[in-house]
Design a protein. Structure first.
Length: 294
């Protein structure tokens, strides 16, 4: 099947490209089916048996991927599937909560089960981890950012999950913002030269400059930079950089940040904490499917 208009609309409303989501799902289903069939379900489940699949949280967390699961179920089903959503993306859930229920031919539900769970467990794990960071810095002015450290092919979905957890997306790729790092500085011949080169060639693109020390912060500010990446700085260097900047630039702290220091970093006065682990290391949220007769 192809996606219904309702799912198309829901995905677009979430900021996702339906065509991209469909492509990801079809590749995932092909990994399971190859050029064959779900041999276990075909052998054990009568072809006309209907069933209801309940997606149930096995632990507490934050949900992401409800509409993506709907898309998986629609694509995997040769017949109509009716999905009843019990929660929305971004909702907190507890162990035992039913997230959604799907009624369709049992074979189709069983064939779609693992792909649907792979997506939902992964995205919900990212959303859950992000919410922990957001909660940890609550009451400060700092926001939680993601990075480009994403699973190849899943960036838009993983960054969507960050948004579901209350985080903020940084640049989507190399095309929509510039980040001048140490190797760019070496190649260009200095911070000021690198900044001018990007600004001259791409005047409408946001430009961020990486700084390892407060001295480099001063150099970047003198070059005209208004968005600085403070990489692996100590708390004292972060505070000094905030004072030196005095509101002239936005400041992002990054580099090996962990949840136990998140609040201390946020309280230095930086605007953002960027956490690559949100997308590359978050454990999945345990979700299961319970099949019952229709």
């Amino acid at each position: 099947m192809t996606l219904t208009a309702d799912v198309h609309t829901a995905l677009r409303k979430a900021g996702l490209d339906p065509a991209e989501v469909e492509s990801v799902i079809r590749r995932a289903l092909e990994e399971d089916l190859g050029t064959g069939l779900d041999v276990t379900s075909v052998a054990t489940v009568p072809f006309d048996l209907e069933g209801v699949a309940d997606f149930v949280a096995r632990g507490p967390g934050v949900v992401a991927g409800v509409q993506v699961v709907r898309a998986v179920l629609e694509i995997a089903s040769d017949d109509s599937v009716v999905v009843s959503e019990r929660v929305q993306d971004g909702d907190r859930v507890d162990r035992g909560d039913v997230l959604l229920s799907a009624r369709a031919l049992a074979r189709a539900l069983l064939t779609a089960e693992r792909t649907a769970l792979n997506v939902m467990c992964h995205l919900s794990g990212i959303a859950t981890a992000t919410r922990r960071w957001v909660d940890e810095v609550a009451g400060t002015s700092a926001r939680i950012l993601d990075t480009r450290k994403t699973t190849p092919g899943l960036r838009s979905l993983e960054k969507y999950a960050v948004r579901c957890g209350g985080g903020t997306n940084k640049r989507m790729g190399l095309y929509d913002a510039a980040l001048i790092k140490d190797n760019h500085v070496v190649a260009a011949g200095g911070v000021a030269a690198a900044y001018r080169a990007v600004r001259d060639l791409f005047p409408d693109v946001d430009v961020q400059v990486e700084c390892d020390t407060p001295a480099q912060v001063g150099e970047a500010l003198d070059a005209g930079a208004t968005f600085l990446l403070l990489d692996n700085m100590s708390l004292s260097d972060l505070r000094e950089s905030v004072l030196l900047t005095d509101g002239r630039a936005e400041l992002e702290a990054t580099g090996g940040l962990t949840l136990d220091v998140a609040r201390a970093v946020a309280e230095t006065g930086v605007d953002y904490l960027s956490v690559g682990a949100l997308t590359h290391s978050s454990p999945v949220l345990d979700i299961g499917v319970d099949l019952r007769s229709g």
